[in-house]
Design a protein around this ligand. Structure first.
Ligand code: ASP
Ligand code: MG
Length: 476
């Protein structure tokens, strides 16, 4: 296909714009892409660490402690100005960018002081604070691209991505977002301009800033890709694509050239930090390609996401397993009692109680005798979940129909991902005997709901060993 007629959305993550060297590389990548593709849209994250320091400053301010704010104001200004000094050659442009950035950091100070006076950081205020990271970085990246001679312009995604008012985890309205995005970006494309857009941020129809949840810039790129629609979406990060395991845990982890949407959805859900879990759906539904690639190694092909594996699902147990991942700091909650046997509605009430605490559940198992239900929750939510359950089942607990509701110590969920893991005979056997070989006991197993993964829960101390052992099933 002739790329000069096609649209490419490229997203740069925090480390890809986190220093002047990194951002120089990102700007060069934009320039190279623009030489080939007719239309290029760039989405950027905040520089690495910025969102964390913004949000921590706001939380401390709510408790009356302004010191983190004072430190963050200084260091954010310094890091951003260092990058502009290196990358923005034109003095007038640099002065303008620095002034805009200083203005945004001033807003940060004002917001945090207001939060400290109120003694409370509402989700809406947190989003106003969090949005500043991308609003800062987008100006730098646009100026860096302009300095390389790329016609480009800052666009705030509050003008493009229209969401509901679920602050800190807002949901886009695809209808209004389509309309707003095309209206705003098409004239720029016609003028040959590359829009440089803030990731992570949206706005309610009234124009109040929202965010799409932590790590949401990937999702922003997918949303824009879907509504334009783009021909391809490339996520630029700091590793060579999706790996078979976390390389910090497994030395011989390697990049997967290709992974299916279903597989990556499992991986993202189970803790591999390659892609925000919501990123996949808009691009699948729009039938758009997605590629994950490395800003620091741009000639590496990275990982391609595909609807169906080009080689098909392997016929035998060999090579079914693609990747092993883990989520740590979970607890297993068990609701158990002989009086639960055959009583309808216990599961519904259990999960309604869990949902009322705002906790989502990554793994569920139920013994077939119906005498217990067991599920994982993030450790930090376990106390809230236990409280909610003891309220909901107060009568059953008093009558001893439910004997107890309890949680384990911290555990880890290990997930083996690969299309065909359930329907291919022998795969589960290989997994269980690997864990048996290293004497790791499984506290729970779940593999019913997809043919793409099997998850097991192990004590936290064993997680790294278990991941390494299971990884041997991939790298033969
Ligand atoms: N800056 C935001 C965060 O750190 C969004 C992103 O980087 O994707 O969560
Ligand atoms: Mg990210």
């Amino acid at each position: 296909m002739d790329k000069s007629k096609q649209t490419l959305v490229m997203k740069f993550g925090g480390t890809s714009v986190g220093s002047s060297q990194a951002m120089a590389q990102a700007a060069q990548i934009v320039k190279d892409a623009r030489a080939e593709w007719g239309r290029v849209v760039v989405v950027t994250s905040a520089i690495s660490g910025a969102t964390n320091s913004l949000l921590e400053s706001a939380s401390h301010a709510a408790r009356g402690d302004l010191q983190p704010l004072l430190d963050a104001e200084k260091s954010l200004l310094k890091r951003h100005e260092e990058i502009s000094a290196e990358l923005v050659s034109d003095p007038a442009l640099r002065a303008r960018v620095n002034q805009e950035m200083a203005g945004l950091i001033g807003t940060f100070g004002n917001l945090c002081r207001a939060i400290s006076v109120l003694g409370e950081a509402t989700p809406r205020a947190m989003d106003a604070v969090a949005s500043l990271g991308e609003r800062l970085s987008v100006r730098l990246l646009a100026a860096a691209c302009q300095s390389l001679g790329v016609a480009s312009q800052v666009v705030e995604s509050t003008e493009l991505v229209i969401t509901n008012n679920a602050f800190m985890n807002a949901h886009p309205d695809f209808g209004t977002t389509t309309f707003a995005t095309r209206n705003r970006l098409n004239p720029l494309f016609e003028a040959g301009i590359v829009p440089i857009v803030t990731g992570f941020i949206g706005a309610t129809p009234e124009g109040v800033i929202t965010t799409l949840g932590r790590g949401g810039s990937d999702y922003s790129a997918a949303i824009l890709g879907a509504v334009l629609p783009a021909d391809d979406v490339w996520i630029w990060t700091d590793v060579d694509g999706v790996m078979t395991a976390d390389p910090r845990m497994v030395k011989n982890a390697r990049t997967l050239p290709e992974i299916s949407y279903a597989e990556i959805a499992e991986l993202a859900y189970y803790g591999a930090k390659v892609l925000h879990p919501k990123t996949v759906r808009p691009v699948i539904e729009a039938g758009i390609g997605l590629r994950i690639c490395n800003t620091f190694n741009p000639s590496h092909p990275g990982t391609r996401l595909v609807a169906n594996l080009s080689a098909g699902i392997p016929a035998n147990g060999e090579k079914v397993i693609k990747a092993v991942t883990t989520i740590r700091k979970q607890r297993l909650v068990t609701v158990e009692g002989r009086g639960m046997l055959g009583v309808p509605g216990v599961a519904a009430r259990t999960f309604a109680a869990v949902a009322s605490t705002g906790t989502s559940v990554p793994l569920i198992t139920q013994a077939s005798s119906e005498q217990s239900i067991c599920f994982a929750v993030p450790s930090e939510s376990a106390d809230d979940v236990l409280n909610a359950l003891s309220k909901v089942f107060a009568i059953e607990l008093a009558d001893n129909d439910i004997d107890r509701v309890w949680a384990t110590e911290d555990v880890s969920i290990i997930t083996v991902v690969g299309q065909g893991t359930r329907n291919t005979p022998g795969v589960a056997g290989q997994i269980f005997s690997k864990l048996g070989d290293i004497d790791v006991n499984m506290l729970a197993i779940a593999h019913g709901s997809s043919d793409v993964s099997i998850s097991m829960v192990v004590e936290s101390v064993h997680d790294a060993n278990a991941v390494r052992a299971l990884h041997e099933l991939i790298v033969k």
